[in-house]
Design a protein around this ligand. Structure first.
Ligand SMILES: [Cu+2]
Length: 555
């Protein structure tokens, strides 16, 4: 998921943004009522054994413009959500074409979808309640038996979506979500306990909660942990990765979200005055030298068994869960062909008012840089009639369960033949100019592989000089943003979800050039002054079909 972004408005102006959004939404609803969409559909409902009804709702159509990678909002109207009050126990997302087929992730990505309930306030930020989110990895939410997210048919919902079109072709797509729903009219509804979403995010409440991970940053283990390994991650002093628990309760489960390159998210709990209260295994099961082999091994076994039940406590902080990433991607942690590991259904952790929940996100830093990364954990919490383990006396960070299997739409990894361009290192010099070059119509003005003649060859500057690239007015006005991101030469193989990646020998990344969030809000970018002598190949992270090269020669 880029589950994420979700937040509307910065941390300071959340309330204002919310009311502004609500006003706009009412207008939008009126429009929708006036002209109902002919395409709005729901699937036939299936009755499940536990009293729940399984229905797939379709939100759309959503017109996806060429090359778009923007955050947009769409009201979820009457026929796109349940018609009566009840409880949601499971949500399963997707993005489809009109005929129901799922497009390849190498063409369009469901970068994120965040379901917001405007009728309630979020638990961890002063914005509408974020009760479900998904990103490209299409994580399912499944609450443990007996718990549900309360749904009132009067609730006003809106979908924050970011559909990332990797191609210059327009598309018409739909977001779908399948929910298990126990209506109040079902007898089972009486025994459901309410669960509330707890949104944890290393950049919580940010309009676009991302951070950059650079190759070779972080520890010697080739891992970068955010915010721990970051320099000044929170300049305004707000520890965005933490939340102070506002009432007693029980955590019911959690699952993380990272981008390509991500390895895990971790959830911790701090409690004032708390300390390790678990078993003292080393004291209890001491192995003595004088014992014979058999006795030693028996005791070692007991020691191991005891240790496996020790909570992971350091000082007054307990580790609650590690949401790891399973990559189906054959090349490893370099694409969206992955699934997250969430907590098992029986996981329960006691929370006390005043506790601090904190989270971190871990990325690999050996293969490549990972610009615009995320670290999010969605948790659910119950308040009444649920018992949780005290994480200072009992181990809770057991291994979890894989959220889902491999998706067929991710089976286009790229990086194969045929090549889509020349090996720019072998080309003669192009223009003797550092620009400025205009990026327009999905093309870099000079050095773009697809341009003919001199323009298709790498333009040349002398060491110490800089190239300037700027996003043309036309692309900017259509919110078509591009980047120049270094990739390992020759960077000319077929495009897929795992190729190219930001793995250039000399690392640079322009960010998404553009003047509307989530672009970097600048249309002009200059190459680093210390760009070494040689030919540097690069690609566009938003439209990986776009490739180019620049060349630096000695003074
Ligand atoms: Cu682009």
């Amino acid at each position: 998921m880029n589950l994420a972004g979700l937040a509307i408005g910065g941390s300071g102006d959340g309330a204002v943004a919310r009311f502004g959004l609500a006003a706009g939404l009412i207008l939008a609803l009126c429009l929708v009522v006036a002209a109902p969409s002919a395409d709005a559909t729901t699937s036939p409902t299936t009755k499940l054994a536990n009293g729940a009804e399984r229905t797939t709702y379709t939100v759309g159509p959503i017109d996806v413009t060429p090359g778009q990678n923007r955050i947009a909002y769409k009201p979820i109207t009457g026929s796109e959500k349940p018609a009566e009050d009840g409880w949601i126990t499971r949500i399963n997302p997707n993005m489809v074409r009109a005929d129901g087929s799922v497009p390849l992730s190498s063409k369009v990505m469901f970068h994120h979808g965040v379901w917001l309930n405007l009728s309630r306030t979020d638990s961890t930020a002063d914005i509408p309640e974020r009760f479900y989110a998904t990103g490209e990895e299409k994580t399912n939410l499944e609450l443990p038996d007996g718990f549900g997210y309360r749904y009132e048919k009067s609730d006003i919902w809106i979908l924050n979506h970011m559909l990332h079109n990797l191609t210059p072709e327009p598309m018409t797509l739909y977001v779908t979500y399948t929910i298990d729903f126990i209506p109040d009219s079902a007898p089972e509804a009486a025994s459901i306990e309410p669960a509330r979403p707890i949104w944890m995010d290393v950049e919580n409440a940010h309009v676009y909660p991302v951070f950059d991970v650079w190759r070779d940053s972080g520890g010697k283990d080739n891992k970068f942990v955010y915010p721990t390994d970051a320099k000044n991650p929170y300049p305004d002093g707000v520890q965005k990765n933490e939340w102070t628990v506002d009432r007693d309760g029980v955590l019911l489960g959690t699952v993380g979200h990272v981008h390509s390159g991500g390895l895990a998210t971790d959830l911790y709990l701090r409690r004032d005055g708390a300390r390790y209260q678990g078993p003292r295994c080393n004291k209890k099961f001491k192995v003595k030298r004088k014992w014979n082999k058999k006795r030693k091994s028996r005791m070692k076994k007991k020691l191991r068994k005891c240790r496996n039940k020790m909570p992971s406590v350091k000082g007054n902080e307990s580790h609650l869960f590690k949401s790891t990433v399973k990559y189906f991607e054959p090349r490893g942690p370099v694409s969206w062909d992955m699934a997250m590991v969430g907590t098992k259904p029986g996981w329960r952790v006691e929370l006390k008012k005043g506790d601090t929940l904190a989270m971190t996100a871990t990325y690999e830093t050996k293969r490549a840089s990972w610009p615009e990364s995320m670290g999010i954990m969605i948790a659910y919490m119950a308040e009444a009639d649920a018992k949780g383990k005290d994480p200072f006396s009992k181990k809770v960070d057991y291994k979890g369960v894989l959220n889902h299997g491999h998706y067929a739409e991710n089976d286009d990894h790229g990086g194969k033949k045929p090549v889509v361009g020349p090996d720019a290192r072998k080309l003669p010099d192009g223009l003797a100019s550092g620009g400025p070059f205009e990026i327009s119509g999905f093309s870099y003005e000079a050095g773009d592989y697809r341009l003919p003649g001199t323009l298709g060859r790498p333009p040349v500057i002398r060491k110490g000089e800089q190239f300037t690239f700027q996003l043309a007015e036309g692309d900017a006005s259509q919110e078509i943003w591009h980047s120049l991101t270094s990739c390992k030469a020759p960077c000319n193989r077929s495009t897929g979800i795992a190729y190219p990646i930001p793995d250039g020998e000399f690392q640079f990344d322009s960010g998404q050039l553009g003047d509307v969030t989530p672009a970097v809000l600048t249309r002009t970018w200059k190459t680093p002054k210390n760009l070494p002598v040689g030919t540097h190949t690069y690609f566009c992270r938003i439209h990986p079909l776009m490739r180019g090269a620049i060349r630096v020669v000695k003074k």
